[in-house]
Write a protein that binds this ligand. Structure first.
Ligand code: GDP
Ligand code: MG
Length: 441
């Protein structure tokens, strides 16, 4: 735990068993953090009560502080409340065509999510998917799904004017059966608020098609309201899983905890953006830290440790400090950065970064320049990489031609390297202490 919470935990430094007072103090902060993350109040109360009971009297091990002990209990309880560790997959083992029914309020992201799931299952699981829109209320709704289907090259049920949602659903299953589809995704209409006519309609469809998955789509940004929606849909229709959309925004994901507590159904997937590939499996560990205000640290750490070679990095850092950083090292550094994946993907794991991305025009941050630098370096000889000073005009021409770049680009790279090298020399002269004094470290 860090940020707001860590201060409180640090305050608890006594050893021995956790006292009521220790726990109460920490719980006040946890409560605020959870409300801040939009967890519904009754769910917060229940959670805090459980953790309190678990914590008081708990022995604190010698090597950790009481704060750390509570932090661990809270984190474990949160993961548990979110469904334990690991993701719960979509049901794929049933007789085809497997009906999936998508339900939720208008604007929650049902249509987009239907297309995302189709894309995900088609590309990753090689499933043959039929998408069908049952939304006959909004004029363009059926077309919206058809366009998305075209975009991802998945089949959409042909539109027949004048059919009601129940008729469309039956036709979709029939075609699914006749034409050998694995999964038929039924995208229903939503309303701005729960209403009985809508519920009745969804019930009729459910009874007719017997869905294997009934997925409730909820907007993570709606926080507290989502609870009522979930309660209603679960009572009236019965849901098998939840998809939380707009987790790419600032929402800390508290709704996930509420959803799980109220429906008992697992959160299966999260929507991370408007594009069809912006769908991820739900990992309780990651959302737990997000609710506590930490960002998806686990995801980041995992990604970093998967890809970064720590020893390699340390070796580079030492060389830098000695002022012996050559172009070979620069090239190694670039491949490490590339291995981390796109910068924009990494930013997705940090709540609040959505805004920063928006400011950048939501564009993929350009890393192509790094790849070009690497191409240039690989066209150099060993001697040139070790001693870039020897690279004069004719060598530059040869390198540019060899790497498919221009002499200007080679110049830019050399200039950048020069700047790096001279900065490192300065660091080196000052020594680490000097750096700190200068505020450069
Ligand atoms: P429906 O009325 O429930 O079918 O909702 P739609 O699928 O039409 O989605 C409503 C809006 O939300 C559209 O503009 C979508 O692009 C957007 N949307 C859906 N899912 C996400 C998501 O995960 N992140 C973001 N940022 N936008 C989303
Ligand atoms: Mg829709």
């Amino acid at each position: 735990l860090s940020g707001k919470l860590s201060g409180v935990f640090d305050g608890l430094s006594k050893r021995g068993a956790l006292s009521q007072e220790d726990v109460n103090e920490a719980m006040r902060e946890i409560r605020l953090a959870m409300l801040d993350a939009d967890v519904a109040l009754p769910v917060v109360k229940e959670f805090v009560k459980k953790v309190q009971e678990k914590s008081v009297g708990q022995e604190v091990l010698h090597n950790i502080s009481p704060g750390q002990a509570i932090a661990k209990i809270v984190n474990d309880a949160l993961i548990d409340a979110l469904g334990g560790s690991g993701a719960v997959p979509l049901a794929l083992n049933a007789a085809p065509p497997i009906p999936y029914l998508m339900v939720g309020l208008q604007g929650s992201g049902k249509t987009t999510t239907s297309a995302k799931i189709a894309y995900f299952l088609n590309r990753r699981e090689r499933k043959k998917i039929l998408l069908a829109s049952l939304d006959t209320y909004r004029p363009a709704a059926q077309l919206q799904l058809q366009q998305l289907a075209n975009q991802i090259r998945v089949t959409a049920l042909p539109i027949i004017e004048g059919q009601n949602p129940l008729q469309i659903a039956k036709r979709a299953i029939e075609i699914g059966r006749l034409e050998g589809y694995d999964i038929v995704i039924l995208d229903t209409a939503g309303r701005l608020a729960i209403d009985d006519v809508l519920m009745q309609e969804v019930q009729n469809i459910r009874d007719a098609v017997q869905p294997v998955e009934t997925l409730l789509v909820v907007d993570a940004m709606t926080g507290q309201d989502a609870v009522n929606t979930a309660k209603h849909f679960n009572e009236k229709v019965g849901i098998t899983g939840v998809v939380m959309t707009r987790m790419d925004g600032d929402a800390r994901g508290g709704a996930a905890l509420s959803m799980r507590a109220i429906t008992g159904a697992p959160i299966k997937l999260v929507g991370m953006g408007e594009k069809v590939d912006a769908l991820q499996e739900f990992y309780p560990e990651r959302v737990a830290s997000r609710i506590l205000g930490l960002g998806d640290i686990a995801g980041l750490v995992e990604k970093a440790s998967e890809t970064l070679d720590i020893e390699e990095n340390e070796r580079l850092a030492k060389k830098m400090l000695k002022g012996k950083f050559d172009l070979n090292d620069y090239s190694t550094q670039i491949s490490q950065i590339n291995k981390m994946g796109s910068i924009s993907n990494i930013m997705d794991m940090i709540p609040g970064m959505g805004k920063v991305k928006e400011k950048l025009g939501n564009k993929e941050i350009d890393t192509s320049i790094l790849k070009r630098h690497q191409a240039i370096i690989s066209s150099m000889t060993k001697a040139e990489r070790k001693k870039p000073d020897i690279i004069k005009a004719s060598r530059k021409k040869r390198i540019a031609a060899g790497s498919g770049t221009t002499v200007q680009e080679v110049n830019r790279l050399l200039k950048q390297y020069d700047q790096m090298a001279s900065m490192m020399k300065r660091f080196n002269k000052l020594g680490v202490k000097g750096l700190m004094r200068q505020g450069l470290s």
